[in-house]
Design a protein around this ligand. Structure first.
Ligand code: TXA
Ligand code: MG
Length: 315
């Protein structure tokens, strides 16, 4: 199929209320018509996702915010102008067009204009927005290629629109507004430094609870099947190092076989490391290993979000 027929296939299926895998710059999403409760309930079923975990609604341009949100605080508008299309989700007061199932009954809806040419084209041709969580079984690592989606959900999803590998590789940064004051609920593909350069100081509330505001905050999330520990937590005299894997920033660790190691950025770029992180976690998780060790990444730029994901995968 060429790109045009693939797009037509996605449009047809989505218009029939079916669920389709879609590419974005952050991670692949599992999309359905956000205004169709039945279509949205299919997403929860396919992902095995609890209904208390609300979905992000994807729109084609900032202009569309007013169709789905009752208000648009000034700082939210500034962020949208600066970073949309891009890896940023804004939590805004929802209006009644958005079904409660999308927001888990919350009075707020997460909106985002994703930065991917195919998906922007798709959104502009559809007469409805797309609810889409990451296209992975609940709790597992998010997919950053169409193949990742097919590997895990291929038999449950009628079609995955292939838009290549995700350029950012981490889910969107989520920002909420409490009395117009910005609060970051999830670290992600847009750095805190970039946000603060635009609107000034923000507070960060990414602490985890068993029933959080933003379930990306769940303590154990983004997890591999193979357990993960920090390298310094491991006593290598007690274990078989040939059955250990590693996810590291820019150079390999001693003792662990080189072929079991994922060096995320040989040029020490945290953005490049972010792009490679989830594919690396998946590759190591497919090997016969007892343990994956990780190290702390630099805490600037996307490094902070990488540390957040690895820490939650560690549980
Ligand atoms: O980059 C992304 O955000 C990707 C792509 C596909 O757009 N989507 C994604 O969706 O990561 P998901 O469902 O895996 O994570 C969405 C997070 C959840 O933790 C959810 O709780 C939070 O967004 N969220 C969505 N709506 C919310 C709301 N109304 N209030 C608070 N948190 C919300
Ligand atoms: Mg997710």
């Amino acid at each position: 199929m060429n790109e045009l027929t693939e797009l037509e296939t996605a449009i047809t299926l989505l218009s029939e209320g079916k669920v389709v895998g879609i590419p974005t710059e952050t991670v692949y999403g599992l999309a359905a018509n956000a205004l169709d409760e039945h279509a949205v309930s299919e997403i929860f079923a396919i992902k095995n996702r609890p209904y208390f975990d609300p979905l992000i609604v994807h729109i084609s341009e900032t202009e569309e915010v007013k169709k789905y949100a009752d208000s648009f605080p000034e700082k939210a508008k500034q962020l949208a102008d600066a970073f949309w299309p891009g890896p940023l989700t804004l939590i805004l007061p929802k209006n009644k067009i958005i079904p409660d199932i999308v927001t888990s009954g919350l009075a707020f809806v997460g909106l985002r204009v994703p930065n991917h040419p195919l998906t922007l084209k798709l959104l502009s041709k559809l007469p409805f927005p797309l609810a889409a969580p990451s296209a992975n079984p609940f709790g597992y690592v998010s997919p950053t290629s169409a193949q990742h989606v097919k590997d895990q959900l291929g038999d449950r999803v009628p079609f995955v629109l292939d838009g290549g590998n995700c350029e950012v590789g981490l889910e969107s940064t989520i920002v909420m507004f409490e009395n117009d004051l910005p609060v970051v609920l999830r670290l992600g593909g847009l750095s805190i430094e970039s946000i603060e350069a635009c609107i000034g100081k923000v507070s960060i509330n990414i602490s985890s609870h068993s029933k959080p505001n933003s379930p990306g905050q769940l303590d154990k999330h983004y997890a591999t099947r193979i357990p993960i520990k920090y390298n310094e937590e491991v006593d290598f005299t007690e274990i078989d190092a040939s059955r250990v894997g590693a996810i590291v920033f820019d150079k390999a660790l001693p003792l662990i076989p080189f072929e079991n190691q994922e060096i995320l950025s040989k040029n020490s770029s945290v953005s490049e490391a972010a792009k490679n992180l989830f594919a690396a976690m998946r590759r190591l998780d497919s090997l016969k290993l007892d343990l994956i060790v990780i190290e702390k990444f630099p805490e600037f730029g996307l490094g902070a979000a990488i540390n957040d994901r690895l820490n939650r995968a560690r549980g």
